[in-house]
Design a protein around this ligand. Sequence first.
Ligand code: NAI
Length: 506
Amino acid sequence: MNIVFKTIGIVGAGAMGRGIAQIAAQSGSAVLLFDTQPDAVSKAQAAVGSQWDKLQEKGRMAPADVQAAKARLQAAGSLGALAGCDLVVEAIVERLDVKKAVFAELEGIVGETAVLATNTSSLSVTAIAAGLKRPQQFAGFHFFNPVPLMKVVEVIAGLKTLPTVCEALSACARQMGHTPVLAQDTPGFIVNHAGRGYGTEALRIVSEGVADFATIDRILKDQAGFRLGPFELMDLTALDVSHPVMESIYQQYYDEPRYRPSVITAQRLAGGVVGKKVGEGFYRYADGVAQMPAEAAVPEVAELPPVWVSSRATRRPELYQLLKDLGAKIETGQSPSPQALTLVAPLGFDVTTVAVVERLDPARTVGIDLLVEDTATRRRVLATNPATRADMRDAAHALFARDGKAVSVIRDSGGFVTQRVLATIVNIASDICQQRICSPADLETAVTLGLGYPLGPLAMGNRYGPTNVLEVLFNMQTVYGDPRYRPSPWLRRRGAIGLSLLHEEE
Ligand code: NAI
């Protein structure tokens, strides 16, 4: 294998530094690990050594390779010991002043051609490089935790970084078995920027009283295929990590409303209810297992009313077929009879607005989210409006649960849950493309590997239809009068001319 950097220095032997040390040594580079804490390096060496022993036990590393890797991972007694390194990666405390001081010192220690890189997740690469004599040889090299398992690395060019430096770091990432993605130096780079949509919009839905945490988690897992719901994810990451990231990106983008953090996480963080690691977050944990509240039972309804479907319903033919399959009495008149349960299936609009605009009786009107086709989901989501009668709500719930599929009933909200969250994710991703922070292909790679989403955000937009996503955003903008739902021009253009969001352009 081609060894890109023969000797890699790593400053900071914490969670990240030791992970980077492991994959660098494993892939053939000599590694010198330095930390200001006296026993941090020996602890890191022991931890990495035991990881290798485990890989050997599982047959994933040969004994000779483990021996060689251990020999390649050495302690550096001082920063000065890194003099012979051709790359130094910094993974110390996330403070601009401390990082700048370390790099200023390092620059005087290493050779003129050496590359210096920071693993910062939230500081500007350009700001760290400011004041260095050779900012052109400095870049961001952003790994994710745990490093050996998270196979993506963001290679970030500061204002003065040479393209050859980014190329060398990308080759180095490949040598370590990781996939590099190239990012411009912007707040949150790619992954932490693209990840804003999921939790932020989910928090917004809770803050509007539309649905509770567990319901939102269930909907996004069952309708959109996310492995973890946003609240499960925040519990895992812990709010002492994720809330400051939300604040930092919002502030660095000068209060861009799309990234506005939530008072819900601020307050929970202040109260110490930060997540799984303390036994309590959005969920309570018993022996590390989240205690999920039970779902509302399907109501017993003696006789179901006939059902009438709005002529403007999304996926109307599919909805009729579904109702037929569920054994519903379907009305096909111009308007519903006085007994009929009235179904609407809007994109982006709320049930209340649709009932008013279509002159339907709101007391009998219930909405269903059909952005995702019914056959592709494990859950149906219904929304009431403030006037919906309890007997109509219960009838709709019982009807749509007849074949055993899960049903959630939420309060009225433009865009239900899945539409809101998916449209927000696609819109933020489109804006990342608009700003040319990275290529669409690297965006998809970074998000699928870094966030574990079922699809890249642009593929997600294609899957549900760029015009549908646009319609959700336009209508939500009307419902909420809030610029955070303003569609990115990048998305508008592609939606308007019916282009795939993954189309290679210009
Ligand atoms: P950590 O707290 O686990 O480790 C930091 C280590 O740096 C400690 O051992 C500390 O003694 C050492 N240190 C502090 N100041 C130093 C100095 N001046 N010289 C040498 N060593 C020094 O921190 P962690 O989580 O490993 O984070 C390190 C960096 O990586 C930060 O910039 C962080 O933002 C970034 N990062 C962290 C991720 C994570 O999930 N933990 C993910 C991606 C990036």
